[in-house]
Design a protein around this ligand. Structure first.
Ligand code: AHR
Length: 659
């Protein structure tokens, strides 16, 4: 991207022979905002898909720590010559502990270190960092006298890269918890942990856990800081959680139930992650939701990064692509009660039953929940019937909370129009639209909201991503051409902030060794993380959202594809800046005059941020910045500037003003 003032541009015309010249002028009406922009405008969508939570932001390194996976010893194997599978017994005490029924009994027979142990393979290995402290925790019962536990982290070549030993010391008839800390001596991408038993006798084990010290905000048993930092850097206006289809479940039994995700982690009842079996070509039989990361942690995370929490709850319907199970209308009350209780958990005084639970978890202050979603991608009259019951009950109990309802999966279909019409006639606060479509769809829908009713329900573009056609898989789908189409579309969302109050790309995270769905915004392995081109587009919009929309016009029309250019403009009344976003989707550079109509006192200097590249280019772990923002400066002369938009580029101009 090169920017020149008029004089410099005139002098350089001779060098710009290849540039398609147009007479077009983009006029920004700087002193007459057309709509307020909600602080929630740009947010993030978090779902435990692609190992997003377990094996992702939840920094637990032990897979199947409580032996509750369908195969109770998944992720575990024996080590040493004095132990075999026959020495391991999985005991199920379902009658007395429904939330955490299984534990492991290990039979140890006169073993020394290295002779009898169990190995955990982690989530496709464990990412271990040299010098970092790790905390091992286990619950145990029936401790044999004098037993010593030795821990060994080993790398891919079986070198020991961290070790410690301890003698569990707590005795009694109850389960005990004990922790030990040790440092790693080397870095490994796919380490394993071996627990060696020295002594003789039976030991019962449960909740075997290993966490790194460098978690987000240093919280014990917390989240992976590098992944969360990527979110914080986006300055998102909201975090939508926990999904996605996770909310619905394959069947109602498999749905997400927030009440089972709070309190002590050993009391949170694990379920199979529905993405475990969804796609045969991306099978993940070891994908479960332990809920170590639950609703309390999601609220806390939202607060940490200054985002509104936006939970989506099950509406009494399982995924309609799977079983399509529904709860009879006369049995919907428990589902509605879950929603009412959630509001109390988030906002209630500590004297209320659910507010008290929040306080017991360490957060007496309310989380100030303002939005709640009812259902994800549900459709048909069966959804509307249930949505109405939720709306009536929730509005009576909590009129202050804005309710978000789903408009299904297909934004161009008869089904969508039915839902949109029905929800609008219910005066739904917000309607959640989803679009996973081709880049061309995004370009041709950049004006989708130009004619939406300004006075009706607001829109939440709750899940979207441009999917390129063809055979690309995984991160190869996150190409610049797709991100650029999203940027063009987002100028349309921004221009229509009077209607569109929130938007989020989806899905958010993907583990390169364990993904189910692509493209995704951020790719991770056990040690590293990188932002896709799509990430940088989202981040630029989100961290430059402004407070008011300005009109940006060419030939008195909104700029939505004429001459392959898409543009929107905002003003930030707190920061006193004008921000213009311009996308050029063509393969030739474009030169545009930008005229500032209105405010008198504009700074002469313009901050320019540009992302450009070839449509097929992408980022990777080794080359994370191929497509990334570059900053430069430009000048305003009088009340005009000239801007040269590089081929396939997204340009952001930031201009200070004073009144
Ligand atoms: O983002 C991936 C999935 O796409 C979500 O879980 C679902 O809501 C949508 O179909």
């Amino acid at each position: 991207m090169r920017i020149k003032n008029i004089l410099a541009f005139a002098l350089s015309l001779g060098t710009l022979g290849a540039i398609a010249q147009t007479k077009d002028q983009i006029t920004i009406k700087t002193d007459s905002p057309i709509a307020a922009i909600q602080p929630t405008m740009w947010g993030v969508f978090f779902e435990d898909i692609n190992f997003g939570a377990d094996g992702g932001i939840y920094a637990e390194m032990i897979k199947n720590r409580s032996f509750e996976f369908a195969k109770p010893l998944a992720g575990w194997r024996t080590a040493g010559k004095k132990i075999s599978m026959g020495d391991l017994l999985v005991i199920n005490r379902k009658q007395t502990n429904a939330a955490n029924p299984r534990f492991l009994r290990v039979n140890v027979n006169n073993a020394k270190k290295g002779e009898a142990g169990i190995i955990n393979e982690g989530f496709r290995g464990m990412g271990i960092k040299k010098g970092l402290e790790y905390e091992f925790t286990m619950m145990y019962n029936k401790l044999p006298a004098g037993m010593t536990i030795h821990l060994e982290l080993t790398d891919e070549q079986k070198n020991v890269i961290g070790e410690t030993s301890f003698k569990p010391s707590k005795t009694g008839s109850e389960w005990q918890k004990e922790s030990v800390k040790f440092n790693a001596t080397s870095t490994a991408q796919k380490a394993n942990l071996t627990i060696w038993f020295e002594g003789t006798g039976q030991i019962d084990l449960d909740m075997i856990s290993l966490f790194p010290k460098d978690t987000w905000k240093g919280r014990p048993q917390g989240m992976r800081a590098d992944m969360i930092q990527m979110l914080a850097d986006m300055k998102p206006g909201f975090i939508r959680f926990p999904g996605g289809c996770i909310v619905e479940g394959i069947d109602l039994e498999n749905r997400y139930q927030w009440k089972k995700t709070i309190g002590p982690i050993e009391e949170r009842q694990l379920i199979m992650n529905r993405w475990n079996t969804e796609f045969p070509h991306q099978n993940a039989p070891d994908y479960f939701q332990t809920f170590g990361l639950g609703f309390f942690e999601y609220f806390q995370l939202s607060e940490d990064i200054g985002a509104e929490p936006l939970p989506i709850l099950n509406c009494g319907m399982a995924c309609q692509f799977n079983t399509a199970e529904v709860v009879p209308l006369d049995q919907l009350d428990p589902y509605i009660q879950d929603a009412i209780d959630l509001i109390e958990f988030a906002n209630g005084d500590v004297s209320t039953p659910w507010g008290k639970k929040r306080a017991e978890m360490g957060h007496a202050k309310p989380f100030n929940l303002k939005y709640l979603g009812v259902g994800n991608e549900n459709w048909g009259p069966q959804y509307i019937e249930r949505a109405k019951l939720f709306q009536t009950a929730l509005k009576a109990a909590h009129p202050e909370v804005k309710l978000i309802f789903s408009s299904g999966t297909d934004p161009d279909s008869e089904g969508f129009r039915y839902l949109d019409k029905s929800l609008r006639s219910m005066n739904a606060d917000v309607i959640d639209e989803h679009y996973y479509r081709s880049p061309e769809w995004f370009l041709s829908n950049a004006n989708r909201y130009d004619n939406y009713d300004r006075n009706g329900s607001k829109v939440f573009a709750g899940e979207y991503a441009a999917h390129i056609p063809g055979n690309a898989t995984g991160a190869n789908k996150n190409v610049w051409g797709a991100a650029l189409a999203e940027a063009a579309f987002m100028t349309g969302l921004e221009r229509n902030a009077a209607v569109v109050n929130m938007a989020s790309y989806a899905p958010l995270f993907a583990n390169t060794d364990a993904w189910q769905w692509a493209p995704d915004l951020i790719w991770v392995d056990n040690l590293k993380v990188y932002g896709t081109p799509n990430y940088f587009v989202q981040k630029l919009f989100s961290s430059n959202k402004g407070t008011h929309v300005l009109s940006a016009l060419t030939d008195s029309k909104v700029i939505s594809g004429q001459d392959s250019v898409y543009a929107s403009a905002v003003r930030d009344e707190k920061l006193k800046t004008i921000i213009i976003k311009v996308v050029n989707t063509s393969s030739v550079a474009k030169v545009k005059d930008i005229a500032f109509d209105g405010l008198q006192k504009l700074s002469k200097e313009v901050k320019v941020v540009t992302i450009e590249g070839k449509p097929a280019e992408k980022n990777s772990f080794d080359t994370p910045s191929v497509i990334s923002p570059k900053e430069s400066k430009a000048k305003i002369t009088g009340k005009k500037m000239k801007v040269e938009l590089a081929p396939h580029s997204f340009t952001l101009l930031n201009i200070s003003y004073s009144k």
